[in-house]
Design a protein around this ligand. Sequence first.
Ligand code: UTP
Length: 299
Amino acid sequence: MTINIAIVPVAGLGTSVLPLTKSQPKEMLAVGRKPVVQYVVEELASNGIERILFITAQGKSSIAAHFDIDENLIQYLREKGRESNLVELDYERQNIEYFYTRQRRQLGLGHAVLCAEPLVGREPAVVALGDSIIGRHASSNIVSRMVDAYESEKADAVIALEPVPASHVDQYGIVDVHDENADYLRITGALEKPTIADAPTTLSIAARYVFSPAIYEALKDTSTDRNGNLQLTDAIAYLIDRGAKVVGIKLRPDVKRYDIGNFDSYFKTFLEFTLTDPIYGTEMQSYVRNCLKHQEEQD
Ligand code: UTP
């Protein structure tokens, strides 16, 4: 795989899940036995990514600490005879080099991606949102498929897409496409959080992208929205308007995007990952069944 660098923006304020995020990053919220951002990194590692550039911010230092190799903790576990816990730290030794830069003002996802330019330079790169897991337990190969498409289609950008109910289009970036049934969809337009009436399709942008360096010029030429945020979706629309080749790939039907940026989706993700946990899943299923039975008896 030729693209082996990913930009992971984790600098957002996470105001939609306050008070959880008052003093901890939303990307460090637990989903089952791991923080969200660990799933993102494991997914990227299993898709051939070897370098990760986090776009981080004030109050997010626990993310960098999570990926450090903690020799003191390892020694402590050994001394206490708790070697069995060491396997939980295996992720520290993944074949990944970590880099960090700061988005000093939260001016939107597009602005966060632009912060990568001085470091990533003229290389194409994957962008993976740090608050979204793709596939149950991060089991997706969408990034590899997107990189293949980027190369074989000689695309300027490749975007992961997931169909959403029409009533949800106003929560996502939504694309217009040439032929909804093609393997590689030619994207002809992109709108950030449209109304149901304005949405050209129900295909949402699903938190994974591959970009050529042209994205940085597009971001610099894109106007901010009415809240002063620079939207990545608007820069994609700008690229399309200037004739760039932007390709979409749908997540397979059995693969979901788990966005933990709002309580509804966070609770559902936590529940699903816990109920399917290889160690605790069976016990949790019977616990939830009992809770529901008890609830029904009381109603
Ligand atoms: P969101 O728009 O969902 O994150 O961005 P947010 O700004 O934290 O959301 P609110 O405050 O609840 O409305 C998706 C991803 O982009 C990053 C976030 O950290 C998240 O991983 N992001 C967003 C940035 O890095 N910088 C930004 O300025 C905005």
